[in-house]
Design a protein around this ligand. Sequence first.
Ligand SMILES: [Fe+2]
Ligand SMILES: [Fe+2]
Length: 467
Amino acid sequence: MSTTNELLSNGAQASEIPTVSRPQERSAAAERARGFPYRFPRDRRQLGGKFSVGENARRLLRFFYFERRLMQALGAWTLSIPEFEVKLETGRHIFYHGDAARLLRDRLHEQETRFADIDQHRDTEIDRFIEEMLSASDPAELLVGIHQVAGRALQTAYRHHVDDTDPVTDAPTIRLLRRVLTDYEPMLEWAEEAIAAYVEGGVDEARLGAWRWHLKRLLGSIGGVTGADPRNEQPGPLRAASKPFQRGTVPLRDVRFETFKNTGDYDTADGEARFAKDSYENLRLRFIRTQRDEVDAIEAFGTFIWDIRFKDFQAEYDLARITWDEARHTEIGHRALQAAGYDPFELRNRLTGSTCRGPMDPAFAMAEINLFGEVGVLKTINGLIDTARERQDALLVHIADFIRADERTHVRKGQHIVKCMTSLGAQELERRTRELFTECLVSLGAVKPDMDVFTVSREDIEQLVGE
Ligand SMILES: [Fe+2]
Ligand SMILES: [Fe+2]
């Protein structure tokens, strides 16, 4: 409101300031313009817009906070989504929200806001909405809240902002919002189809409708995503008020999968080896299966974002990107199994690592998957690619080449992320991680305690848990 008044009063003042234009200079300028031969495209953008830098920043800060919270919220649910396709897409969407947050954060920094203030910003009203949205009773309700309520409202707000802000003075904001909308369009489109699939598969549509209405009223009660809409009464009662949200700790899979967690070894799990133990054929199939089974890495890195939320934006952002990468590795594995002639669901899915990491302190779970798992992959992948080349195995060369490049970035980013999770030194962190995994692997029956003082080695963990 004040913004509009400000602009009007400025306009009124400006009209009282005389224009001192000299006729000779003006006609000379017109003469020079007539001699200019090029008719470039006309720029039709107009000066004006509804927002000052301050109001722009207020709105972008809310958008940033929503995006950051949606990234964290999806991370919190990664273990608890059973359906393979939904878990994969969620891994991707975590990064879309994280990247939107990053772009908004950079723009806010250009709009007179300090990074420290952006990162420390909290909004208890938005938190109340997020907590309620997280209290979804199943993944279908989660998608309704994340995409149909929050996602759609943000998409509309971004479009309005693009239309309302000054296209000349505030062009960078428009560009960033358009880039974010490029991710939103397929994401929300997918969500509509996914929710329809849940309904067609038997999920009660009326229940989803009631949940959608409840969350819309809750969002309305805080003035919508911009905070500038007229507020309605808060709906009651809130699920999160009677039972605060807690993330799941058990990795869930849908009915198409057969899973195992009593060993880390595929041959043991299968009951019968397909190929000779050290043969190339065996290493190859193990590599491809491990990629498909990195559905558990989506769970690990997604969960870390939630567990270390608000500690460090860069760490959250890097984890979001790694989560997307792991979703791709899972897709690569799934498709490579098909290319190798398998139905991916005929091969049992390894849950050993995720079962151990699920309830664990993030520092030790991260140390296992990043410092042991991903570093371990890099130790062997060069040799695997060389052998694959010699054997002219184009499928394996192709996928492992890209995966190697990704995993190198994960190892690099991991150093900063681990620092945000713990102050333990490297040796202490490794020792404690090995102890905790020994305990877990013994409880799962994956290793037998055959000594008085027994801790699995780093190499055992690399072998047993995979990445
Ligand atoms: Fe991976
Ligand atoms: Fe990785």
